[in-house]
Design a protein around this ligand. Structure first.
Ligand code: 4NP
Length: 148
């Protein structure tokens, strides 16, 4: 089974949203995946996702409420087949943490290139619906790639 890890900065907005969205859409598509998420930072470890992110996801039918934040570990780079990050800062940070031979981190919007490179941090922008639009498109792109 393919194992997917999403990475953002705090693991309370973008990557838990991606975890919930991909899990639901892959299940709907009949694709079996292991999906997890984490942050490059550990400030929010143990916390549920940010309430506005939970509410925006809920309006589209995704339940993020059981998820809890954690920080990335070196073991993640061998435990997951795809490490998908939300922006170029996450990419640089994750590359710095990657042990030799570990899975190379990749920008998630690689799977929805029309949106650009970065899923901007809604912690600052407040644009949780824009984040969901990008994450839904990239999830479907990833599912299409993995289903080939
Ligand atoms: P996320 O958003 O990386 O999408 O989870 C953030 C959440 C918290 C912080 C930064 C980004 N923070 O600095 O606490």
């Amino acid at each position: 089974m393919t194992r997917i890890l999403f990475v953002c900065l705090g693991n309370i907005c973008r990557s838990p949203t991606a975890e919930g969205v991909l899990r639901a859409r892959a299940q709907k598509a009949g694709l079996k995946l292991v999906v997890d998420s984490c942050g490059t930072g550990g400030w929010h470890a143990g916390e549920p996702p940010h309430p506005p992110a939970v509410q925006a996801a809920k309006r589209r039918g995704y339940d993020l409420s059981p998820l809890r934040a954690r920080q990335i570990t070196p073991a993640d780079f061998t435990a997951f087949d795809h490490i998908l990050v939300m922006d170029r800062r996450n990419l640089a940070d994750a590359r710095d943490m990657k042990p030799k031979g570990g899975t190379e981190p990749q920008l998630f919007l690689h799977y929805a290139p029309a949106f650009g490179l970065d899923i901007a941090d809604p912690w600052y922008s407040g644009d949780f619906d824009g984040v969901l639009d990008m994450i839904e498109a990239a999830s479907d792109g990833l599912i299409a790639t993995l289903s080939r």
